[in-house]
Design a protein around this ligand. Structure first.
Ligand SMILES: Cc1ncc(COP(=O)(O)O)c(C=O)c1O
Length: 436
């Protein structure tokens, strides 16, 4: 194709050009691909939503300290390695041993290359942790949610999803790609959930989908009430325990365990990438549910299985956290200290009973400014959380204390937050009373 003449822009990404093809001349429209990308980036920058990822290397033995590219040492306050297990000596040793024994990679999908012993052990461990018949490991928590939820709708014709309004993107994508009918209940609102359930045909299959600890506001779900409603209206339950496994309940089995309803939840989903410190996701449930997902979920079947060192690291981490309460106790203590000091310092955060401390800023540019100031002036890193991770107008700082944050770090952090916060309040940029 020979393009002659100048293009004139008729719409975003499109230009008109005279196109010569063989001997035939005609007026055509061509797409200016580069301008599509540039326009979309410009829009993000204008709205203060352009994402920048700072390069930090976490230092073994010194977490939550990390070294940034300019060699300065920074204290991290927003990692999801909630208990520091990513650096735990037992986890590191297990990974080294696995790599030396089994090598670096898994060699393909389980469909093609078979299951190795480590993944079978890991699935048994997870099933036992959640007191379920069976578990299935995926490459991430995201994939576990997305592929399990969309596959459930293929397995159960006419399945209706009833999903909490604050559910994670991976849940939303799973439900969306299932193309099944869905209803959204107001976040943690049991009356609204019941209202929806009561209106559905009693004969239609349904599943209630929620998180145990909501990642962006730290609210804890009332799983007992959800299970009661599920039983009353004959629905299945799917609970994402990504932000609770390892940290709550007996042996770190999560919120369902803590609330005494683990046996009443149909499918528990979790991650190996947060409190367990490595990467991977899973579901646990009855033998038939898990077997049906294993046999039909594209996100399980058509992707390479996690490599041996990851499986060994996850196994070591889960086994450690099942018997050791120390990390969980220290974690909660640090969270309490931060919340108490924020309250004294009049830094308002979302009230919850979990470890997630969300300071509301409600403006993407100011949120980024706070984050940048903490980093440049105090060597403290807290990532600003903007849309689409949270709704527009609810931008926030999401602080995640760990058992490794000592009293000096806590005091330094609270002082820095106070300084930055008061500067913004006194300049009128943020309200002194964030909404709880
Ligand atoms: C609630 C929730 N579910 C699932 C995921 C995805 O888990 P993973 O990071 O293991 O992919 C996340 C990630 O942050 C999450 O917040």
């Amino acid at each position: 194709v020979l393009i002659l003449g100048f293009g004139i822009s008729v719409d975003t990404c499109q230009s008109i050009a005279y196109i010569g093809y063989d001997t035939c001349w005609f007026l055509g429209v061509i797409v200016d691909y580069d301008s599509c990308f540039v326009d979309s980036l410009d829009k993000l920058k204008e709205e203060g939503r352009y994402r920048q990822f700072y390069p930090f290397n976490r230092l073994v033995g010194n977490y939550p300290l990390a070294r940034s590219n300019d060699a300065s040492i920074v204290t991290l306050w927003c990692s999801n390695d909630y208990l520091g297990m990513g650096q735990h000596p037992k986890v590191r040793q297990a990974m080294i041993d696995a790599i030396n024994t089994y090598g670096a990679g898994a060699g393909g999908t389980r469909n093609i290359a078979g299951s190795n012993g480590l993944i079978c052990d890991l699935e048994e461990e997870l099933a036992s942790l959640h007191k379920k018949e069976r578990a299935l490991v995926f490459t991430s928590g995201y994939v576990a949610n997305q592929t399990t939820l969309s596959t459930l709708a293929k397995i159960i014709p006419g399945l209706v999803f009833i999903s909490d309004a604050d559910n994670h993107s991976s849940i939303i994508e799973g439900i969306k790609s299932s193309r099944a009918v869905k209803f959204i209940f107001r976040h943690n609102d049991m009356n609204h959930l019941e209202h929806i359930l009561a209106q559905l045909d009693p004969a239609s299959p349904k599943i209630i989908v929620c998180e145990a600890v909501y990642s962006m506001n730290g609210h804890i779900a009332d799983l007992r009430a959800i299970c009661d409603l599920a039983e009353r209206y004959n629905a299945l339950t799917y609970v994402d325990e990504v932000h609770s496994v390892g940290m709550y309940g007996d042996e770190g089995a999560g919120i369902a365990a803590m609330q005494g309803v683990m046996d009443r939840v149909s499918i528990i989903q979790g991650t190996l990438g947060k409190a367990f410190g490595v990467i991977g996701g899973y579901i646990a449930g009855s033998d038939i549910i898990v077997d049906a997902i294993r046999s039909q979920a594209p996100g399980f079947i058509f992707t390479t299985v996690l490599p041996p060192p990851i499986l060994a690291g996850a196994l070591a981490s889960i086994r450690h956290l099942r018997y050791s309460e120390e990390e969980r106790i220290l974690h909660q203590l640090t969270v309490r200290k931060i919340k108490d000091k924020f309250t004294l310092g009049e830094i308002e955060f979302i009230a919850n009973d979990s470890h997630i401390v969300a300071v509301m800023v409600r403006d993407p540019v100011i949120c980024k400014t706070v984050s940048n100031k903490l980093l440049s002036e105090y060597k403290i890193f807290v990532q600003h959380i903007n849309y689409p991770t949270v709704p527009q107008g609810s931008e926030r700082l999401r602080i995640t204390p760990t058992p490794m944050h000592n009293d000096v770090m806590i005091d330094d952090f609270v002082e820095a937050m106070k300084q930055v916060w008061y500067e913004l309040v006194s300049s009128g940029l943020v309200s002194s009373c964030a909404d709880n």
